[in-house]
Design a protein around this ligand. Structure first.
Ligand code: NAI
Length: 216
């Protein structure tokens, strides 16, 4: 059941399965066939079967998938059946916006602290969580069993801060700073670039317009 050898493409699709199955659960649906799931998710049924076969299937031929079971198994694969302690480095606009978002906690991502270098932010609280200065970082990571750091600082500072986080035992970085971090292999980095999503949107708007104009 462990995710060894599973392609990153499949891993990238799992959160979407998890979300759809969660919605089905809320709607009281107990079983779903790969065909019905396929219609909802606009993914081919064979893709769904192939993806889920990576983990031993979960489905019984002809009976469809048990929604609750599949949801919980995918949750386990994604590590959502346990808590992950997180800190945010950079308590500016984006850092505070993320800190204010409560839904992460429902999936087990627990925000324990916020850090910044700006002394005017020292002691300010966001959703009850205090903003601390960077000199407290080392002991905070150790004492609070922090696994994930969210980097929302300027890109010029990101590399140095990331190295410091690694030295202090951080396991993973959710990197919003627009720069690549070259960290040891055992450190997991997930880069987020909202602007890339916006560029894809822009591309598709243009393509749609082109197609539409040709038809006129
Ligand atoms: P901001 O200026 O409001 O906040 C940045 C915060 O980082 C400030 O409070 C500053 O004092 C703090 N900071 C600076 N150096 C630091 C250090 N060495 N250690 C700890 N804290 C430090 O900026 P905003 O709008 O929140 O953006 C933050 C970063 O996120 C920027 O690099 C921005 O380009 C990036 N960003 C990325 C997005 C994405 O999709 N990846 C979307 C939006 C912003």
């Amino acid at each position: 059941m462990e995710g060894k050898g599973i392609s990153q493409a499949v891993i990238r699709r799992l959160p979407r399965y998890y979300r759809y199955l969660g919605e089905l659960l809320e709607d009281g649906v107990e079983r779903i066939s790969s065909n019905d799931l396929s219609k909802r998710m606009k993914v081919t049924a064979s893709q769904i079967r192939q993806d889920l076969n990576n983990f031993g299937g979960f489905g019984q031929q002809g009976y469809g998938y048990n929604v609750k079971y599949l949801h919980s198994e995918i949750g386990k694969i994604l590590g959502l059946d346990r808590e992950h302690n997180m800190i945010i480095i950079g308590a500016g606009n984006l850092g505070q916006a993320l800190a204010n978002y409560t839904a992460f906690e429902r999936s087990g991502f627990m925000l324990k602290g916020l850090f910044d270098v700006n002394p005017t932010l020292a002691g300010v609280t966001v959703r009850g969580i205090e903003i601390r200065m960077m000199d407290e970082l080392k002991s905070f990571i150790r004492n609070n069993d922090i696994e994930i750091a969210i980097l929302t600082i300027p890109k010029t500072k990101a590399v140095a801060v990331a190295n410091m986080l690694v030295e202090n035992g951080i396991r993973a970085i959710w990197n919003f700073a627009h720069t690549d971090l070259n960290l040891p292999e055992h450190i997991v980095v997930e880069n987020v670039h909202l602007s890339e999503s916006l560029m894809r949107l822009s591309y598709n708007v243009l393509r749609y317009e082109e197609k539409h104009q040709k038809k006129k």
